[in-house]
Ligand binder design. Structure first.
Ligand SMILES: NC(=O)c1ccc[n+]([C@@H]2O[C@H](COP(=O)([O-])OP(=O)(O)OC[C@H]3O[C@@H](n4cnc5c(N)ncnc54)[C@H](OP(=O)(O)O)[C@@H]3O)[C@@H](O)[C@H]2O)c1
Length: 248
């Protein structure tokens, strides 16, 4: 079995499509049952795959997912569920920031920790869907960039610890046309010209997996962004992002 979190949304649906072709039954999870059902119906053999509605920001949701996985042999875990919050840090409730950290950072760490013994048994894999937002501090998306920086650092450290045992992919995409913008509240025009299709993003992640795991920035648009992030002094890139992302 392969478990995919956030399977009711953009990258998650695409992971389901591309991983189904590898012949494993899938467990698709998300909060929205109707959208999960649509994801499953879009697969070639929907009857082979299971759905679970669970809120991964809560410990009840995490436990529900772990018990749905049960004792079935586990080939892989895709920690994809996540979202951003756009706007001033002070404008949101502290619970909103805490829920984002719980979903985007704590849930992948807890799920992986609990499932790692099973993945070691099968020589399985973990794909952590992080973001280029984790490569430099983002004013107006402060808690999101903090969560993704934490996810990338943790995932990369785990990848080296597990080398030769469990393959780990840290996927760090830039903008892609999914539900992400609508959920985060970000205006559509920001980052539009550098968008990369979800199918391509997921294809790059699975190519990295097949190469034994690694840090994956998918496609040349996102690699260009990554290069700019790495080459710009932090003070300059933060000033640019402050202006670029600022609510108008
Ligand atoms: N699209 C981009 O530009 C972009 C760029 C870099 C990284 N990413 C990352 O890619 C991942 C997938 O996002 P996406 O772009 O595909 O956006 P999306 O279409 O909004 O999908 C997000 C998925 O996460 C699930 N989710 C959100 N909160 C959840 C919670 N508390 N519990 C369980 N599931 C939850 C959503 O399911 P429900 O709504 O059903 O709960 C949905 O299936 C995220 O980690 C995101 O940070 C996206």
């Amino acid at each position: 079995m392969i478990v995919i979190t956030g399977a009711s949304g953009g990258f998650g649906i695409e992971f389901a499509r591309q991983l189904e072709r590898r012949g494993h039954p899938l467990l698709l999870t998300g909060r929205n049952q109707q959208r999960l059902e649509r994801s499953r119906e879009a697969l070639q053999s929907p009857q082979h795959h299971r759905l679970l509605q669970a809120d991964l920001a809560t410990s009840d949701g995490l436990e529900a997912l772990l018990s749905a996985i049960g004792d079935a042999p586990l080939a892989g875990l895709v920690n994809n569920a996540g979202y951003g919050l756009w706007g001033g840090y002070a404008e949101r409730q502290s619970d909103d920031h805490a829920a984002l950290i719980a979903t985007d950072l704590t849930a992948p760490m807890v799920l992986t920790h609990r499932l790692l013994p099973r993945l070691i048994e099968t020589g399985g894999f973990v794909i952590n869907v992080s973001s280029l937002a984790g490569e430099s501090p983002l004013p107006w998306m402060a808690s999101y960039s903090a969560a993704k920086a934490g996810l990338t650092f943790w995932s990369e450290a785990l990848r080296i610890e597990q080398r030769g045992v469990v393959r780990v992919v840290t996927l760090a995409p830039g903008p892609s046309p999914t539900g992400f913008r609508a959920v985060s509240g970000m205006p559509d025009m920001l980052g539009g010209s550098l968008r990369t299709e979800p199918a391509k993003v997921v294809h790059h992640a699975l190519t990295t997996l097949d190469a034994g795991g690694g840090f994956c920035v998918p496609g040349w648009h996102h690699r260009l962004l990554f290069l700019v992030q790495k080459l710009s002094p932090r003070a300059i890139s933060m000033r640019l992002m402050h202006r670029y992302l600022a609510p108008r």
